[in-house]
Ligand binder design. Structure first.
Ligand code: SAM
Length: 232
């Protein structure tokens, strides 16, 4: 089918310039300390510029977050790589849930690493646009439109959950939708910054670890911020 033929050719449409920029981006990630080979390979493979509007594609390999409309952003490559490297180490395979599809780039990275990817977005325009990019790349990412702060109960349990928006605290629903041994990677904090937090579900309960500080747009929903709070 059309989908399957495009799947084996992630580099498309006279992509030589973008390919060399992608290699530069990966070199920079390595200088920043990202060493996980699966993560670096996925960054080399996924055409990040296709997750940008045509007019913005020249910025696709810059080292920063970038506006994608609707007041939202595609996260900085380092941030995506950092979170993905945690997942890669802690829960290297299986079924992964992402909350905050945004552009779809993070979901595509997880797909390229061989995960079965489920992703939830609350903004319809982003849900639709990312869906078109997934189709174009022939990715079999499962999408849901709605508030993902409570997870995706009918598809639970997950080997990993990654939240790409800042939460006021760890949502109980997300933890409860992890398999034993599974991990949740989530930035937790207020509008002045969030600490990357990893919750691992063990046979006995949970283990919580806190890493570097980042700046995300707020997770808005029943187990996130109220729409009016907007991240505290
Ligand atoms: N992962 C995205 C990417 O690769 O482009 C970047 C995500 S952006 C930093 C955060 C996204 O989370 C936004 O698109 C926002 O609309 C979404 N979001 C915020 N709260 C949400 C919720 N409760 N459920 C689902 N999506 C949510």
């Amino acid at each position: 089918s059309k989908k399957d033929s495009s799947r084996n050719s992630p580099v498309q449409e006279g992509d030589h310039v973008f390919q060399s920029r992608r290699r530069d981006m990966v070199s920079q990630l390595m200088r920043y300390g990202i060493s996980d080979k699966r993560v670096l390979d996925a960054f080399l493979q996924v055409p990040r510029h296709l997750f940008f509007d045509i007019a913005d594609r020249t910025y696709a390999y810059d080292d920063g977050a970038f506006p994608i409309g609707f007041g939202q952003t595609i996260s900085q490559p380092y941030t995506v790589a950092y979170m993905t490297a945690i997942l890669s180490k802690r829960c290297p395979a299986g079924k992964v849930l992402e909350i905050g599809t945004g552009s779809g780039y993070q979901a595509a990275i997880l797909d390229a690493m061989g995960y079965r990817v489920y992703t939830v977005e609350r903004i319809e325009g982003l849900y639709e646009r990312s869906g078109r990019v997934f189709d174009r790349l022939g990715l079999h990412v499962q999408q849901m439109l709605g508030d993902g702060s409570g997870g995706w109960l009918s598809e639970a349990p997950f080997d990993g959950i990654i939240v790409t928006a800042g939460a006021p605290d760890v949502p109980h629903s997300l933890v409860s939708q992890l398999k034993v041994g599974g991990c949740l990677v989530i930035p937790v904090g207020g509008s002045d910054g969030q600490w990357m937090t990893v919750v691992t579900k063990t046979a006995a309960g949970f283990r919580r670890e806190v890493y570097e500080r980042f700046a995300f747009v707020p997770l808005i929903g029943r187990e996130g911020w109220n729409e009016v709070d907007d991240g505290g």
